[in-house]
Write a new protein. Structure first.
Length: 270
């Protein structure tokens, strides 16, 4: 299979909330035939229900799926995932985007199946996410390529072979959008403290963070180079960076934050 347009099996999406729904929209935008998709979602949104008019099958029976994408909340996994066994045959590819649910858990619930565990992040909702994926030993090269196309419908994809790295991945990219949003909040509060009207400070912070992120996305230059380009010797930016880059500045604080998130991810994974 070269593209999603060529997919001719049955793809079952279990869970069509924000992330599952975003992935489905991405697949259809890339040319996946809606008639190949079965969505299992107890409470489909109006947007998901409307896809039935395009041929997507909502909560219809399915068996022997070519691909089974699990996009439910992790707390639902213990009851939902074992019940998916009738959908999975020996040639089925399972792609799980459940946070904290390991390959070991998935292999126990769905024995003998090719499984890819993936960690996307919330910018996937606008097609700008990044996902890190790890395959189990049963995943073939063709299945890996298919998983890459499915995950790549909502942003960039990175592959690792060591599942243990996913705890740190969760801390950096999975939770990372919250850190960026916090930066916008903090920048706005600091602007208000410096005398700006609160609404103006909020608009300036929002536009600055989003615009800088887009510049970082489009530019081939490293983040450190872009930072240096904004910084004049002895200027205002240099004055601020002397605080943020001090020995007790942003780096050690971020290291502590990532370590805390990594530790919590390991605890949640058991």
């Amino acid at each position: 299979m070269s593209t999603l347009r060529d997919f001719s099996g049955t793809l079952v999406l279990v869970g069509a909330g924000k992330m599952g729904g975003a992935m489905l929209e991405g697949w259809l935008a890339l040319g996946l035939d809606p008639a190949t998709v079965v969505v299992r979602e107890p409470q489909p949104s109006a947007e998901i229900a409307a896809l039935a008019k395009r041929g997507v099958r909502i909560n219809e029976p399915a068996a022997n799926a070519s691909v089974l994408v699990i996009a439910i909340k992790p707390q639902e996994a213990a009851s939902v995932v074992p019940a998916l066994q009738p959908l999975a045959g020996e040639n089925t590819l399972v792609v799980s985007i459940m946070a904290g649910k390991t390959l070991g858990f998935l292999q126990s619930a769905l024995p003998g199946i090719a499984i890819v565990r993936a960690m996307p992040n919330t910018p996937a909702a606008i097609g700008r996410g990044i996902t890190v994926a790890v395959p189990n030993a049963r995943v073939s090269q063709d299945q890996r390529a298919l998983a890459g196309q499915l995950l790549g419908a909502v942003g960039a994809v990175e592959w690792v072979e060591d599942e243990g790295l996913l705890d740190a991945v969760t801390a950096v990219s999975g939770s990372g959008p919250a850190y960026v949003f916090l930066l916008a909040e903090s920048l706005a509060r600091a602007g208000t403290a410096a005398g700006l009207p609160a609404d103006l400070a909020a608009r300036l912070a929002r536009a600055t963070v989003s615009g800088s992120g887009e510049l970082l996305h489009r530019s081939p230059q490293e983040a450190a180079t872009l930072r240096a380009n904004v910084t004049s010797r002895g200027g205002t930016t240099a004055a601020a960076l002397s605080v943020l880059m001090a020995d007790d500045g942003l780096d050690p604080l971020m290291e502590k934050a990532i370590a805390a998130a990594t530790k919590r991810s390991k605890e949640l994974a058991g």
